[in-house]
Design a binder for this molecule. Structure first.
Ligand code: GRF
Length: 193
C-alpha cells in the first residue's frame, strides 16, 4: 500500500512509520509515497527528506480552508496514496480534502477520543492525574477527533511525576501502535482493537 504521511511539526510518528516500512511491521506491506506538510519549515519534513522520503509542502498560512484543502488533495492524489496518514497534522480537514480519500484517512490521538479531543491531550492526562490514558488510532471525518476508532492501546501513567514522563511513555506507545494498526488494516482490510 502507498502511504501519504501528513505532518506539521516534529515528525516522530512519521519516522516510526518510515522505519516500520523499512525494517518493521510494514515491511513488504507499505511504502511511503510522500511526506507532506502544510508548513514548509516543519522539522519533520527535513527529517523525512533526510531518510530518503519524497517530500512535498504547500503553505496553508492565510489561505481559506476549502481552497487550501482542495489544492492539497489534488497534490496528494498525484502520489496515488492508498492511505492518508495524519501524524501531527495540525488542521481540521474539510470535505474538500476528505471526499477524495474518504474512509482512507487515519489519525493518531494521544488520548481516548471519547474522553478528549483536540490539542494538549498529554497535558490533560497529566493535569487530571490520570493513572492510565489511551492512545487512539481512528478514521478521520470532518469533526475534531470524532471518527470511528480503529485501535486503542492503554498507557500506564502510574508514578509519572512530570509531563515529560507522561509524553515519553505515550509516544513510545504511539510509535508502536500506529504502524501496527496500519499493518493490520492493510492485511485484513478490517477494524481491529
Ligand atoms: C503526537 O502526540 C500525535 O499523537 C499528535 O500530535 C503529536 C505529533 O508528534 N496527533 P510527532 O510530530 O509525530 O512527533
Amino acid at each position: 500500500a502507498r502511504l501519504a504521511i501528513l505532518l506539521s511539526g516534529r515528525g516522530s510518528n512519521m519516522l516510526a512509520l518510515v522505519r516500520a516500512t523499512q525494517t518493521g511491521v510494514l515491511k513488504d506491506l507499505a511504502e511511503v509515497a510522500v511526506v507532506f506538510s502544510n508548513r514548509p519549515d516543519a522539522p519533520g519534513l527535513a527529517l523525512a527528506a533526510a531518510h530518503g522520503c519524497p517530500v512535498a509542502a504547500l503553505p496553508s498560512r492565510g489561505r481559506p480552508r476549502e481552497t487550501f484543502d482542495a489544492e492539497a488533495a489534488a497534490l496528494l492524489q498525484q502520489y496515488e496514496p492508498d492511505f492518508v496518514v495524519l501524524a501531527g497534522y495540525m488542521r481540521i480537514l474539510s470535505s474538500a480534502f476528505i471526499q477524495p480519500f474518504a474512509g482512507r484517512i487515519l489519525n493518531i490521538h494521544p488520548a481516548d477520543t471519547h474522553q478528549h479531543q483536540g490539542l494538549h491531550a498529554y497535558e490533560w492526562a497529566f493535569d487530571n492525574q490520570l493513572t492510565e490514558t489511551k492512545i487512539t488510532v481512528h478514521l478521520v471525518d470532518e469533526g475534531l477527533d470524532t471518527g470511528p476508532i480503529l485501535a486503542q492501546q492503554p498507557v500506564s501513567l502510574h508514578g509519572a511525576a512530570t509531563l515529560a514522563e507522561v509524553e515519553r511513555r505515550g509516544l513510545a506507545v504511539e510509535h508502536e501502535l500506529y504502524p501496527r494498526t496500519l499493518a493490520s488494516l492493510i492485511k485484513n482490510g478490517k477494524m481491529m482493537n
